[in-house]
Design a protein around this ligand. Structure first.
Ligand code: SAH
Length: 355
């Protein structure tokens, strides 16, 4: 077993909020409890968003006592909350049971509220422009800890969340089992209640895991963090590019599209003078021409520890127009929360610096 798998947030107790309903049923039947209690407990945790067993008023006190002694529910404490004055973006730092700080972001849009969740405490992918990777990977988050980010934000903001993006700290496909559990429970009508089509998982491109995800036949959107149109440049930005070529990575995305019918989104962080030239745009066009895909251009968020500069608005527009003229769908991501620590992992970093 790998180091990161060994660290669990509550040693010895069952992580009941990460379990599917039939698994809770099995657990209860081993304890001699009636099967129908599983549905009640599952509903309390996910539909009613209970954070303690005491809230489960239709569960007999004796069973509640047993649950308290043997299982845990995540109840992340909000260690910090920043609200953008310009666009209403809210950034949260949550403290996990073992003290780990993780970040989540609430983004209000005209078409509904979106939450960006973290999938790991830290990250081991090492992308040079990303603050989340600076302290390395601490541990995987459990499905329940990923769900709790959405549930807690809904509770704190008193807003409904209609979209979830797994684009916070961590590489979701490096925490595959828990992320798939998260997606299935989040999208279960009897649980999280957010449709799979409203869930996006972003990956730096772990090719075998993209193929595995395609086999799950989920209706989620896959976002691929491409960021460079040629291998040599991508290798200077993202260590994962040493493992898989761009051609192999895009081929895996094509297979994902074939298996699911879901259009793939390509993320491209625009860095001044690095990957935002017309030549880069033309290379990107050659890679993606004729594909049913979408390119999301993100003016890079400057990270204090890194010296990348973001492309100017005019450069970003030129880049986008070039893609569109070649029939490639592109949008420039609205820079949200610029007045709060908006770049991935920056709020969490502040806690690490204090520690
Ligand atoms: N590990 C996953 C998901 C987390 S990062 C992935 O790589 O996709 C979410 C997105 O933010 C990725 O596209 C990532 O490359 C991008 N990102 C990271 N740091 C950034 C920064 N400083 N500016 C803009 N985008 C950044």
């Amino acid at each position: 077993m790998m180091e990161k798998d060994r660290i669990t947030p509550a040693e010895g107790k069952t992580d009941i909020a990460s379990l599917y309903e039939p698994e809770i049923r099995d657990l209860l039947s081993e304890a001699g409890e009636p099967a129908y209690r599983a549905g009640q407990i599952y509903k309390w945790i996910h539909e009613k968003r209970a954070v303690s067993f005491d809230e489960m008023t239709n569960i007999p006190a004796s069973l509640r006592g047993k649950l308290k002694a043997t299982a845990w529910l995540p109840d992340p404490a909000a260690a910090a909350r920043q609200i953008s004055k310009t666009d209403g973006t809210q950034k949260f730092a949550f403290r996990m049971r073992d003290g780990q700080i993780i970040e989540s972001v609430f983004m209000p849009y005209k078409h509904g509220n979106s939450v960006c969740v973290s999938s790991q405490a830290g990250c081991r992918m090492g992308c040079h422009f990303c603050a989340s990777t600076i302290g390395g990977l601490i541990r995987n988050l459990t499905a329940s800890e990923i769900l709790a980010q959405v549930y807690s934000i809904e509770r704190i903001t008193e807003e409904r969340v209609s979209n979830v993006v797994v684009m916070g700290t961590g590489e979701p496909l490096d925490n595959y089992e828990q992320v798939v559990r998260f997606i299935r429970i989040m999208s279960d009508e009897a649980a999280g209640g957010i449709s799979q089509r409203a869930i996006t998982v972003s990956t730096c491109g772990l090719v075998p895991m993209i193929d595995r995800l395609a086999e799950e036949k989920l209706q989620i959107t896959l976002a691929l963090s491409l960021h460079a149109p040629e291998d040599a440049l991508r290798r200077t930005m993202m260590p994962v590019a040493h493992r898989y070529t761009i051609a192999e990575t895009i081929a895996a995305c094509d297979r994902y599209f074939d298996a699911t019918g879901r259009r793939v989104s390509y993320e491209y962080a625009l860095i001044a003078g690095v990957n935002d030239t017309p030549e880069s745009a033309d290379r990107l066009i050659r890679l993606l021409a004729g594909k049913n895909c979408h390119v999301n251009l993100i003016p890079v968020n400057p990270v204090r520890e890194r010296n990348y500069r973001r492309s100017s608005r005019a450069h970003a527009e030129d880049f986008k127009i070039r893609l569109e003229k070649s029939g490639i769908n592109a949008t420039i991501r609205r820079g949200m929360g610029a007045d709060i620590d908006s770049a991935c992992g920056q709020l969490r970093r502040r806690f690490q610096e204090k520690a």
